[in-house]
Write a protein that binds this ligand. Structure first.
Ligand SMILES: *Cc1c(COP(=O)(O)O)cnc(C)c1O
Length: 369
C-alpha cells in the first residue's frame, strides 16, 4: 500500500524557530491576555494584510460570531449555504435569521444577481463567503449594501493573503473575518482575526473577547472569552515569515494539478475571477457524472482505497443541517445544491510533492468509465 496522502497537512516553522520565539515567555510568565506576542502579531498582520485595524481571537468562528454581535443587528442576514457550519451558526447564535442566497457556478461565491430579490424590510446585513479563496463580487455587493443601507461582513476564512485589483480582501465591506485554524493557509494552531473599518467597532470587539470588561472597575458588556494566547500568537509570528514562500509552493502544486486535470471531460476546475491574486488555498474539482462516468462519491471511495484522503467540502449545505430540520428549503439554492453534490477538494498543502500530485491525478482519471 502506498503512503497515505491526507487532504491537508499543517505548515509549521522549524522547531528551533518556534522555540526561539517562545523562549522569553519563560521569563515574563505572561501567557495570555494580550501580551507582547499578541500585540506583535496584530501589528504584523496589519502590515501584511494592509489594513488599519486587526483584532485577534481564539478562532475564526468567535471572530465571526462576536463581530456580528458587535454590529448590534436585528432581523435577517443574507448569506449562502455553501460554507462551513460556522458562518450560519454565527448568524443564528446571535438571534438573527439567515436568508439563503444561491451561489454562482463559476467560483461558488454568492450569486449577486439574486441578492436584491431577497432583501426585505427586516434585512440588516449581507454575510458572503470568499469560498476557496475566490473573491466575491465585492463591487456589486458594495453597491447593493450602499443602496439598501446594509452592513457587509465577509467570511474570509479561506482568503488569507488574497488580493483583488491590488487590494487585500480585508479592505472590503465593514469587516472581514479570517480563520487561523491549523488547516488554513496561514495558521496560529487555533486562531482568527477580524479586520474592520470603524474604530468604534474595534473597541466593542476588544471588550467582547474579554468578558465585556472596560477597565478594572467597569464591566460594560456581556462579553465572551475569545482571546488569542501567547503560544498561538508566537506560532503566527513564525508562520507569517513563511507565508509568501508557502504560497509559492502551493501555486506550483496547483499548476501541477492543472497540467493533468485541465480539459478532462466531466471535471470542472476552480476558476478565479479576473484580477484575483490567489492564495491557492484549496483545489476543488466539480465532477459531472454524466460526462465523467463516475460520480463524486465513487471517486472519493476509489481514492480512499488508494490511501488518498479527499474532502466533500462543502457538503452538506448548511441549509440542510439536521439541527435546522424543516426550517429551510434546499431547492431555494439549486446551484449550491448541485455543486455540493459534485464537489471534491483534492489534497493541497505547501509540501505536497509532485509525485503525490501525479499519483492523485492518475487515481482520479482511472475512475472514468
Ligand atoms: C474554517 C472556517 C471557519 C471557522 O474558523 P475556525 O477558526 O475553525 O473557527 C469559518 N468559515 C469558513 C468558511 C471556514 O472555512
Amino acid at each position: 500500500m502506498s503512503d497515505r496522502i491526507n487532504v491537508t497537512r499543517s505548515s509549521m516553522p522549524e522547531l528551533d524557530e518556534y522555540v526561539e520565539e517562545i523562549k522569553d515567555l519563560w521569563q515574563t510568565r505572561w501567557l495570555t491576555n494580550m501580551g507582547t506576542k499578541h500585540v506583535q502579531l496584530q501589528q504584523k498582520l496589519q502590515e501584511y494584510l494592509e489594513v488599519a485595524s486587526v483584532e485577534l481571537f481564539t478562532n475564526g468562528h468567535m471572530a465571526l460570531e462576536l463581530t456580528l454581535q458587535a454590529m448590534d443587528l436585528q432581523g435577517e442576514v443574507i448569506t449562502t449555504p455553501f460554507t462551513f457550519a460556522s458562518t450560519t451558526h454565527a448568524i443564528i447564535r446571535n438571534g438573527l435569521e439567515p436568508v439563503f442566497c444561491d451561489i454562482n457556478d463559476k467560483d461558488y461565491t454568492i450569486d449577486v444577481s439574486k441578492i436584491e430579490d431577497l432583501i426585505t424590510e427586516r434585512t440588516c446585513a449581507i454575510l458572503p463567503v470568499h469560498v476557496y479563496g475566490n473573491v466575491c463580487d465585492v463591487e456589486e455587493i458594495e453597491r447593493i449594501a450602499g443602496q439598501y443601507h446594509l452592513k457587509v461582513l465577509y467570511d474570509a476564512a479561506h482568503a488569507f493573503g488574497v488580493r483583488y485589483k491590488g487590494k487585500t480582501v480585508g479592505q472590503f465591506g465593514d469587516a472581514s473575518c479570517f480563520s487561523f485554524h491549523a488547516t488554513k493557509v496561514f495558521h496560529t494552531i487555533e486562531g482568527g482575526a477580524c479586520c474592520y473599518q470603524d474604530p468604534v467597532l474595534g473597541k466593542i470587539l476588544y471588550q467582547l473577547k474579554n468578558f465585556g470588561i472596560r477597565d478594572e472597575d467597569t464591566v460594560e458588556g456581556v462579553g465572551a472569552n475569545a482571546k488569542m494566547n501567547e503560544f498561538c500568537a508566537a506560532m503566527g509570528i513564525c508562520n507569517l515569515k513563511h507565508a509568501d514562500e508557502n504560497r509559492e509552493k502551493r501555486r506550483k502544486v496547483v499548476e501541477r494539478y492543472r497540467e493533468q486535470l485541465e480539459g478532462v471531460e466531466g471535471l470542472q476546475l476552480n476558476r478565479n475571477r479576473k484580477e484575483v491574486y490567489s492564495n491557492y488555498a484549496y483545489f476543488p474539482v466539480i465532477i459531472d457524472e454524466t460526462k465523467f462516468g463516475a460520480d463524486r462519491n465513487e471517486v472519493k471511495e476509489a481514492l480512499a482505497r488508494q490511501n488518498i484522503g479527499v474532502r466533500k467540502y462543502f457538503y452538506p449545505l448548511t441549509n440542510t443541517f439536521e439541527c435546522f430540520h424543516g426550517k429551510f428549503n434546499v431547492d431555494d439554492t439549486p446551484t449550491a445544491k448541485k455543486i455540493s453534490q459534485r464537489v471534491l477538494t483534492l489534497p493541497l498543502y505547501a509540501d505536497l510533492d509532485f509525485h503525490d500530485v501525479d499519483r492523485i491525478c492518475k487515481a482520479v482519471i482511472q475512475c472514468r468509465r
